[in-house]
Design a protein around this ligand. Structure first.
Ligand SMILES: Nc1ncnc2c1ncn2[C@@H]1O[C@H](COP(=O)(O)O)[C@@H](OP(=O)(O)O)[C@H]1O
Ligand SMILES: [Mg+2]
Length: 275
């Protein structure tokens, strides 16, 4: 099994992401301005502070590895296609949650190798919680200073326990409801940002159907955590794992995050999705 990130490097990365989170927290606790990007999505000084802090961290630790950030501007596919290994970051996922001050936003750093997110850190500064994982080496969570290994859970028997389905606060609500209505007994939980994937990774939720657009930087770090915890992030149509950097567009297909694959939800998915 390849060790993509040494344990020493891992410690420095986690510390660096948590330091960037401290900068974000200072802005979160004060008054900040909100700009609107060309695609109509919001941007705050915290997105940019985190972007610069994470770029500085990665350039210091791995000067030879290129970085693609949500805030770095477009890098042509012809260039990205040459990258065997690169960092893919979303400096602040859940900007609307940040603006609404509900704490459900994250800093996201993924290492992508041959299109597969093999290592990822997801940090939620307000929750004082960090999830990380590396392919083949397990997944972990630090919450309030306490570290523990995490793992996905098996889908429970719905006769005795409802399946927990996590969904976005803001996107794809109608598709989400249609999907959940086809499932056995379930309870729904709303959450912002990549925390949704981490809830599946840690076994607090069973499924996260994302039947709405996202970009690769929204999911790569948390996909690494989910897979290291024994789960999967699957294209909702092909049921193949999501891959990065395969085409000009950085948009993901609709996807499903699951713990262990199970024919019960696969059947529901086939019925719930438009042909
Ligand atoms: N039309 C669209 N195209 C691409 N991504 C979209 C999108 N609408 C929402 N998203 C992504 O969904 C993320 C938020 O999802 P959720 O509300 O479920 O947490 C946003 O992250 P950012 O906050 O980083 O912009 C954004 O990237
Ligand atoms: Mg995002």
């Amino acid at each position: 099994m390849t060790n993509f990130v040494s344990s020493d490097m891992q410690v420095r990365l986690i510390e660096g992401v948590r330091d960037a989170g401290e900068q974000v927290l200072k802005i979160y606790r004060g008054d900040f301005e909100v700009e609107t990007k060309a695609d109509e999505s919001p941007l705050t000084e915290a997105d940019m502070a985190s972007h610069h802090a994470l770029l500085a961290l990665l350039e210091e630790l791995t000067p030879d590895v290129p970085v693609l950030s949500e805030e770095s501007g477009e890098i042509p596919f012809a260039t990205r296609q040459q990258w065997q290994r690169y960092w893919l970051i979303d400096p602040l996922d859940g900007t609307k949650e940040f603006i609404n001050k509900n704490g459900e936003f994250t800093l996201n750093v993924a290492l992508v190798e041959a299109s597969v997110p093999v290592f990822g850190i997801v940090h939620a500064p307000v929750l004082d919680t960090t999830w990380w994982g590396q392919q083949g080496l397990g997944a972990y969570k630090i919450e309030g200073g306490a570290k523990r290994a995490i793992q996905v859970r098996q889908l429970p028997d719905p006769e005795t326990e409802a399946w927990k389905i996590v969904g976005s606060r803001r996107h794809g609500a109608a598709e989400f409801e249609t999907f959940c209505a086809k499932l056995p007994r379930n309870e729904r939980v709303s959450m912002g940002s990549s925390i949704k994937l981490c809830l599946v990774a840690e076994g607090s939720a069973d499924l996260y159907p994302r039947l709405a657009p996202t970009s690769e930087w929204d999911t790569a770090a948390a996909q690494a955590v989910v897979t290291a915890a024994g789960g999967e992030v699957l294209d909702a149509h092909t049921l193949e794992p999501l891959r990065c950097n395969q085409q000009d567009s950085v948009l993901n297909p609709w996807f499903i995050v699951c713990g262990q694959r199970d024919e019960r939800w696969e059947k529901a998915l086939k019925e719930a999705l438009p042909a």
